[in-house]
Write a protein that binds this ligand. Sequence first.
Ligand code: SPV
Ligand code: MG
Length: 524
Amino acid sequence: MLKGSGLSFLMEAHNGLSAKIAEEAGFEGIWGSGLSISAALGVRDNNEASWTQVLEVVEFMADATTVPILLDGDTGYGNFNSARRLVTKLEQRGVAGVCMEDKLFPKTNSFLRSTAQPLADVDEFAGKIRAAKEAQRDDDFVVVARVEALIAGHGMEEALRRGEAYRKAGADAILIHSKERHANEILQFKKEWGDRLPLVIVPTKYYTTPTDVFREAGFKIVIWANHLMRSALTAMQAAAKAIHANQTLVGVEEKVAPLAEVFRLQGENELEQAEKAYLPKGGPVARGIVLAAGRGDELGELVADRPKSMVPIAGKPILEHILDAYRSANVRELVVVRGFAKDAVNVQGATFVDNDAFATTGELASLAAAKSSLDGPCVVSYGDVLFKKYVLDELLETQGDFVVAVDSMPAEGKKAGKADWAICSEPHSRKTLLANVLLKDMASEASASVSGEWTGLLKLSESGAKAVREILGTLEGKELASASVPDLLRRLVREGREVRVVYTRGGWLDVDTLGDVLKGSTFE
Ligand code: SPV
Ligand code: MG
């Protein structure tokens, strides 16, 4: 802009949002106004905001935009050393240039008590400009020297003398500032200055001068110095006043930017796309199917008018514990098969299917009731089996169409006797962590050949679920009524399908007896 032909414009901005708005309006560059940044921070334009605080703001502005930003660097916030460090920091943050004025730190805004404002010593300020230029690493970084002689009432000659000293010090442009209501002063300056260096002006006070006058005079850049801040201020005052007076948003809502516009300016859209690209594919990892139709006669009084799954443990029905464990592993589509006292199964966040023939049928008949849910990856478990999240996580992380969790060290009392025992291709050992252990058979009695107790957890892949659905479709009448999930596992193995085994040690609890209910209270 400084080197090109014609007149360019910088629009003031004071934060990321206003900078973005300036760029979207078509401005080819932005003025990081000291006055506006201070005002937006609620402080005076007297270096009350520290220079690193200003740096933070201008960094947000640079992040939000692609056009060059010229920072109003006031006096450089100190001597030559502060100024050259500022240049380094601005370059690091992608700011295109800095403008420094020949006043003393802390400065005062040029339109306040201007004739009382002390100017910097010319040589001292020239040294500061030289230091700033020598500090820059990027050849395109711009240092604008701002002459305040006209503001402070020192006259044209002094203004020209100072401009020339700063040119010799290496400035890329001179900002000649004026507080007059007409442009005579800056036009005269331009005439006498000629084309020694590009000139920048700020027509805040002489705004009625037609812009073509500046263009024809040969100025290079016009800065509209504070108009986004001032327009925001007017709009905010009006909205605050109306909302306070009327105690409602009615009447204001349609006058303010819709939230959609806020999100657009923030670039929400980009984040939404990025989430798709970088986050693990959303949605539940699998569906959870809980077979909870049975009464659980062993619990006597406790199941007089509710099924075992609704017996509370630690103040919460067993089924709630199970659903919470599923949810914690991101299994969120939950299906519960009810049967006995189904109206008592009043948990939230699950869909229900019913096996109304619960009294005369078994587990597979319940699973068949949930057949339509076997249409994608799922985990099948029982309404009376508590398990910890890590057991479920392991199951979910293990590839395979059919995966079962087997406890290699079942509880003391259970080492013998009736249970769902699993016979596996290899016993649990350190090696099996990496090996592909397969289920060979299921047994109802313990023996030397069993590798552990099945926990009741079965994971099915999409095609595994499809296979189970097909098997359920082939079972009818008595056969279906009497079959259990272990029967299904046995059939899968016999059909030559690979049923993978994930070994666990504890982490689950089959609630069969009153003793188990008591144990359950310390399970979590
Ligand atoms: C600013 O915008 O902070 C300026 C211009 O320095 S002026 O307020 O006119 O001094
Ligand atoms: Mg300023």
